[in-house]
Write a protein that binds this ligand. Structure first.
Ligand code: SF4
Ligand code: SF4
Length: 444
């Protein structure tokens, strides 16, 4: 693994601030009451919560976190059902000046609520379980992708999804790739660069594998351009949608596999790279907050965002100097995902792209996109999700750009849904600048 250290001056996961409190005296039991004592009720977290801003009935992070855990000092206190309205955007974590472990409290509270108070026969439970376990359904959809895409694109399917499952019919389901990233990776013969001194293990996550795999292919081409040997370990879902839906045991099973596989890659000298900001957030922050498998801390300390890693380990901006990407691909409205902000990465994309000739990347501000993974896919959250996203939509339209740009797959869905813009990922822009069309020509 690399000797370089992750930046630590941004409150990001390179800090050792996330002291894992003894959350699992025994499996399934958690005690975050001591963390509540750090709260001095300033309400900064509440004023930074995008759900509380548009939904008067949502009591906000201060209640979901410290107040609820204080109440739990009385043993008979049940977790309030409003915890299911928290989108897990984690903005309150960044906002709190007192390092109260808010999202850790929310994740544990949601898990307790689902375990003890949500009927396992309810539509909400099964809908949430399906959304949280996309990775289990995606291989089925990907077996016959054209048929799946046709069926999922029918308005009757969307109507049924809303009536039977409570999945909003307002959104179009993302299409499955006709060839997954992992199929493409195997077909090309895996890594084309062998270099034991520069090795990365790519955590691609579910979306970049089963849905359009262009982001994953772009990562491979960009990293090979810099001479990296790429490993693609076996992996499960990062757990992000499971945390957000209170499915902590599902998340635990996925995390155990991921930590084991990624820890082996670390032993082979690789650093761990993610292209999705929620996946890197999960590996870096949520795993050590919630789990204590052997290797969890090492995996967290050696996980990087794909662009962040190149900025630290290569002279990315110098490599981009003098490159260009053509007229079709040069004017972007950029949205920094909340989970990228939480890792201190919100400014990097615009700074990096300034090095490419002719590129104009407009930062559309610090508002939340509103979709927050599975949150905005739920029928009862759709309107709230769109109200939260309204500021971002407006700023995107004011930017008068040709396309949208972000690093989160579901923010990308919301940006496209709210504006009609085509959305791309920063790695695709880097690929166009550094590698260009030659990649397709050589069959890679
Ligand atoms: S995670 Fe986001 S939605 Fe949930 S309480 Fe914190 S700021 Fe609000
Ligand atoms: S920002 Fe932190 S200290 Fe202030 S009310 Fe929220 S949890 Fe408490």
């Amino acid at each position: 693994m690399s000797d370089a250290q992750q930046p630590t001056d941004d409150g990001g996961p390179g800090d050792d601030d996330f002291e894992p409190i003894q959350v699992f005296p025994e499996a399934g039991e958690m005690d975050l009451r001591p963390g509540a004592d750090n709260c001095y009720k300033c309400s900064t977290c509440d004023t930074n919560c995008p759900v509380a801003e548009v939904d008067d009935e949502f009591p906000g992070p201060k209640f979901q976190g410290p107040e609820q855990w204080r109440l739990k000092r009385q043993d008979d206190h049940d977790i309030d059902d409003s915890v299911m309205k928290c989108s897990n955007c984690m903005r309150c974590d960044s906002a709190c000046p007192s390092e109260v472990p808010l999202s850790q409290m929310h994740n544990t509270a949601r898990a307790e609520y689902v375990e003890e108070n949500m009927s396992k026969l309810s539509r909400e439970y099964w809908r949430n379980r399906m959304l949280a376990n996309y990775r289990r359904l995606a291989p089925l959809g990907s077996m016959f992708p054209r048929t799946t895409n046709f069926v999922m694109g029918l308005s009757a399917t969307q109507w049924l999804g809303e009536k039977l499952l409570g999945i909003t019919g307002e959104r179009e389901f993302p299409e499955f790739a006709t060839e997954t990233f992992r199929e493409w990776w195997t077909k090309r013969g895996g890594a084309q660069v062998q270099n034991p001194d520069k090795r990365i293990a790519y955590f691609h996550g579910c979306y970049a594998n089963y849905n359009p795999p262009e982001v994953a292919k772009a990562l491979v081409r960009v990293y090979e351009h810099f001479g990296y040997e790429i490993m693609v370990p076996d992996q499960h879902c990062s757990g992000t949608p499971m945390f957000a839906n209170g499915m902590l045991e599902d998340a635990r099973r996925s995390a155990e596999t991921n930590v084991r596989e990624l820890a082996w890659a670390l032993e082979d000298g690789a650093d761990i790279i993610a292209s999705c900001s929620s996946c890197s957030m999960s590996l870096r922050q949520e795993y050590p907050e919630l789990f204590d498998f052997e290797g969890t801390e090492d995996v967290a300390a050696n996980t990087w965002d794909a662009v962040e890693y190149l900025r630290v380990h290569e002279d990315l901006e110098a490599e981009l100097e003098g490159t260009s990407v053509g007229d079709e691909f040069d004017d972007f409205a950029y949205h920094a995902p909340c989970h990228a902000r939480n890792q201190g990465l919100d400014g990097q994309t615009v700074e990096v792209l300034e090095a490419i000739d002719g590129i104009d990347a407009h930062d559309v501000g610090d508002s939340c996109s509103g979709i927050s993974g599975t949150y905005g896919w739920k029928e009862e959250n759709y309107e709230t999700s769109m109200k939260i996203g309204a500021e971002m939509f407006e700023h995107m339209e004011d930017a008068d750009a040709k396309a949208g740009l972000t690093e989160c797959p579901t923010c990308s869905m919301q940006m496209e849904h709210g504006t009609g813009y085509e959305i791309t990922h920063t790695l695709e822009v880097l690929e166009a600048a550094l590698v260009g069309p030659a990649a397709e020509a050589d069959g890679q």
